[in-house]
Design a protein around this ligand. Structure first.
Ligand code: KIV
Length: 271
């Protein structure tokens, strides 16, 4: 038996079992082969090829500009590095909101051209038909409610969502709707912890939070933020596990100095 065959893949079914037995689900973003390999071998459950690639990989201010072709390039690279984790790929802005036929065509391209195991999209009632059509083709869908960065021009700010009663009520209704139509999990972004805990306790499907407190079934962070590759972005919910900006900067300065001073390469580093 090959080593590949011995590794048990994380499936959407496994995630629901984890919720049932109270085991927290871990999810991080990745956008390329090398990082995805590290995350997978470190034991992450879910890798999200997020449209946050628009921000951290491409330097755009919002997630809106990233295209389906670009998401497919990132997701296919990630999938090549992964043996165990479930890979979920974001449907980018403008590829699923228009009509359900277009949504299905976008999701099919992701599944065919990347090998990802599921797609994620933002919204509740407004995108119900798109979700149903994608699900009808046997493609697992992860929902995303709360702060939905693709709607930034509607909100005008990245502040905490659903603090007001009306928005909180709609979020709870949308979460139930996403479960009813057949989403296998949802992400809740930047909402009050009490509200997120209420949703997680009411739903049978896993609820994965980012800035949504700890009473949910799992956590997700953007890899570049949690590794400290980004010094400027410091929301309250972000825990930095490393300071890679400094580490990489120090390594590069060291290399520059070694080359300039003719210290690199030395006799053992040449042919
Ligand atoms: O695109 C992304 O990285 C996301 C996470 C913030 C959940 O959607």
């Amino acid at each position: 038996m090959s080593s590949h065959a011995e590794i048990k893949r994380v499936t959407t079914h496994k995630l629901s079992e984890m919720k049932l037995r109270g085991e927290k689900i871990t999810m991080l973003t990745a956008y390329d082969y090398s990082m995805a390999r590290i995350l997978d071998q470190a034991g992450i459950d879910v890798i999200l090829v997020g449209d946050s690639a628009a921000n951290v990989m491409a330097g755009y201010e919002t997630t809106l500009p990233i295209t389906l072709d670009q998401m497919i390039y990132h997701a296919a690279s990630v999938v090549r590095g992964v043996k165990r984790a479930l890979v979920v790929c974001d449907l980018p802005f403008g590829t699923y909101q228009g009509n359900s036929k277009e949504a299905l065509a976008s999701a099919i391209r992701i599944m065919k051209e990347t090998g990802a195991g599921a797609v994620k999209l933002e919204g509740g009632l407004e995108v119900k038909e798109s979700i149903e059509r994608i699900l009808s083709a046997g493609i697992p869908v992860m929902g995303h409610l709360g702060l939905m960065p693709q709607s930034i021009h509607k909100y005008g700010t990245y502040m905490v969502r659903a603090r007001e009663e009306a928005e909180a009520k709609k979020l709870v209704e949308d979460a139930h709707l996403l479960e009813q139509v057949g989403c296998f999990a949802i992400v809740l972004e930047k909402i009050p912890a009490i509200l997120a805990g209420k949703v997680a306790s009411e739903l049978k499907i896993p609820v994965i939070g980012i800035g949504a407190g700890r009473e949910v079934d799992g956590q997700v962070l953007v890899l570049h933020d949690m590794l400290g590759l980004n010094k400027e972005f410091s929301p309250r919910f972000l825990r930095r596990y490393h300071n890679l900006f400094e580490e990489i900067s120090n390594a590069v300065q060291h290399y520059v100095s070694d080359v300039k001073s003719r210290n690199f390469p030395n006799e053992n580093e040449q042919y």
